[in-house]
Design a protein around this ligand. Structure first.
Ligand code: MN3
Length: 228
């Protein structure tokens, strides 16, 4: 549990755990790599401006606290112990760090993607067993993303019964947070903030979501599902 730092004099400085200083993880591909599904300019602004801003504000908020267990997962799991700036920006950092990883290039075009990009292996089997054919899963997940009012994220998680479930969180909350109504271990997450798609898709969130399926990195989703 993190406590507010009480400053008793001008000499007092916050005790900051080195793990409380977060840095922007590099994208695992070029900014243009997800074209034409997600455009270069959106990726560049999203990564270097939006994600960086969450990190800067998270570091600033943590610097005002006494040292604690400032690993990102621990912050999310105990987020009710922290100021709201840590909830918003810690969530922002966790969510975006995951988002870059669960996407990868697809060399096809919008009209003709290079593959159907459907999951295989254990995650593919688990999705089919839970939701029926992959197209059913895609429809349910997409509908959930389209139903978010305002900004938020749609997730595929493993819940505490180890079952795959689709759900959403508002703002930069995520299913790890103890304050979230929808909880679980994130396997896949989709950013439906307008900053994730507005330059290319304007108000057409459905077109963004539809395009996004082409760049989902099922190898990474599978790794998360299998807990490796
Ligand atoms: Mn975003």
């Amino acid at each position: 549990m993190a406590l507010l730092n009480n400053s008793f004099g001008s000499e007092a400085k916050p005790v900051v755990n080195p793990e409380a200083t977060f840095t922007l993880p590099p994208l695992p591909y070029a900014y243009s790599a997800l074209e034409p599904f997600i455009d270069k300019q959106t990726m560049e602004i999203h990564h270097t401006k939006h994600h960086q801003a969450y990190i800067d504000k998270l570091n600033k908020a943590l610097a005002e606290l006494k040292a604690g267990d400032f690993t990102l997962e621990s912050i999310c799991k105990n987020v009710s112990d922290y100021p709201v700036a840590v909830r918003n920006n810690g969530g922002g950092h966790y969510n975006h760090s995951m988002f870059w990883q669960i996407m990868k290039p697809n060399s096809g075009s919008v009209l003709s993607p290079s593959s159907a990009n459907e999951p295989g292996g254990k995650i593919g089997e688990a999705i089919t067993a839970t939701f029926g054919p992959f197209s059913n899963f895609k429809t349910q997940f997409s509908e959930k993303a389209l139903s978010i009012f305002g900004s938020g994220w749609t997730w595929l998680v493993l819940n505490k019964e180890n079952k795959l479930v689709i759900g959403s969180t508002p703002n930069q909350d995520n299913p790890l947070m103890n304050v979230a109504e929808f909880k679980g271990k994130p396997i896949l997450g989709l950013d439906v903030w307008e900053h994730a798609y507005y330059l290319k898709y304007q108000n057409k969130r459905a077109e963004y979501v539809n395009s996004w399926w082409n760049v989902v990195n099922w190898d990474e989703v599978s790794r998360r599902f299998e807990g490796k």
